[in-house]
Design a protein around this ligand. Structure first.
Ligand code: NAD
Ligand code: TDX
Length: 336
């Protein structure tokens, strides 16, 4: 196994990256983390506030900045790459930053890792495989063909392909994980679960796209953090590992679970305009990751995880309030 002592975590002030940084600080105290984050609208230094300063350092900057990477990367033994533009709806209204950060940014990081001999772990998404029909008796597997649908997922697919090529051509010791939909604390209010929970906490209404039958495969972000650590330390370079927790649920089911957990009428929500090109269903077969790395999810009770998440948002109004108004104004413009 690989025992990294100094890692760069890109996007470590975002939702999933900050959960990973807090997991490492708590569970792997021998590992120093340098967070490299541009602090876009989605990045918030409060997400990693209060961690021991001798173990976690924040560098504010852009992964597309090759000069900055030359200063930050040397002296580290691995990059764990979370930084991305991550929201499908944003990628439909303005795709350009997705190409820049997700494609060009990954290219710059790969080059820096190659020059300075770092191991590279690339955090990606199940959306690169496209979507499944609701009744298809099949889940995504690592060797499935790439069939991305949106500007977001096609930019992530592009970045995965760069990583595969840098491994094959230059021998860069790189791994990729493709995870399903995460939920948990510190997720931006633009995303499905936090949006509904905070709408209700603000006295607004929940908003469901299309016919509500689209299926997402939910995993608690802490289970994702452990999986990324396992792939980084035990995964085989050149390999792709799928991360999922048997969490398939329709959006309507999730929304009604939120409404009921918050003491509302489960029919009391708005049907809104569908997302263009909306993927129907995602589903992960995590067998390889479980068998090869011994990883398994610990948060197996979705309704418990959801209730904890709702409680977190109820207790952290100061964290999400500043982003709420602008996020909803943008949705209102799009009829969503
Ligand atoms: P997020 O939008 O919450 O966070 C992204 C972070 O990256 C922010 O802190 C932002 O400031 C930073 N960032 C953006 N552009 C940057 C740049 N050019 N340079 C440096 N930092 C930059 O995203 P998230 O939901 O936490 O997702 C993190 C990663 O996990 C992404 O790569 C995403 O594709 C992947 N992923 C997400 C999910 C999910 O359910 N959210 C599932 C699977 C994979
Ligand atoms: O208000 C809403 N109403 C609604 O019905 C929102 C914001 C979303 N939805 C639907 C769209 C999707 O079917 O809920 C589902 C989940 O939506 P998002 O939270 O936007 O997630 P998704 O598009 O599935 O992508 C997420 O998982 C994979 C992350 O945002 C990606 O970064 C990750 O790669």
């Amino acid at each position: 196994t690989f025992s990294p002592r100094n890692i760069v975590v890109t996007g470590g002030c975002g939702f999933i990256g900050s959960n990973f940084v807090r997991w490492v600080a708590e569970n792997r105290p021998e590992t120093h983390v340098t967070v490299l984050d541009k602090l876009t609208y989605a990045g918030n230094p409060e997400n990693i506030a209060g961690l021991p300063a001798e173990r976690v350092e924040l560098v504010v900057g852009d992964i597309c900045d090759a000069g900055l990477l030359e200063r930050v990367v040397p002296g580290h033994d691995a990059v764990v790459h979370y930084a991305a533009e991550s929201h499908n709806d944003n990628s439909i209204s303005d795709p350009e930053p997705f190409i820049r950060t997700n494609v060009e940014g990954t290219f710059r990081l790969l080059e820096a890792a190659r020059r300075h001999g770092l191991r590279f772990h690339h955090v990606s998404t199940d959306e690169v495989y496209g979507d499944l029909a609701l009744d298809e008796p099949r889940r995504f597997r690592p060797d499935d063909p790439y069939r991305p649908s949106s500007p977001y997922s096609s930019s992530k697919a592009s970045s995965d392909m760069l990583v595969r090529a840098w491994h094959r051509t230059y021998g860069l010791p790189a791994t990729i994980s493709n995870c399903s939909n995460n939920y948990g604390p510190y997720q931006h209010v633009e995303k499905f679960i936090p949006r509904q929970v905070t709408n209700l906490l603000c006295g607004g209404r929940a908003k469901l796209y299309g016919d509500g039958r689209n299926v997402r495969d939910w995993i608690h972000t802490e289970d994702h953090s452990r999986a990324v650590w396992d792939v980084l330390t035990k995964g085989r370079p050149g390999e792709t590992y799928l991360v999922g927790a048997d969490g398939e649920r329709s959006n309507l089911e999730v929304l009604q679970a939120i409404l009921m957990a918050m003491g509302r009428d489960p029919e009391d929500f708005d049907w809104v305009r569908d997302r263009p090109g909306h993927d129907r269903r995602y589903a992960i077969d995590p067998a390889k990751t479980m068998e090869e790395l011994g990883w398994e999810p610990r948060h197996r009770d979705f309704s418990e995880g959801l209730e904890d998440t709702i409680a977190w948002y109820a207790e952290h109004r100061d964290w999400w309030m500043p982003a709420k108004e602008a996020t909803e104004a943008k949705y209102a413009e799009q009829g969503q």
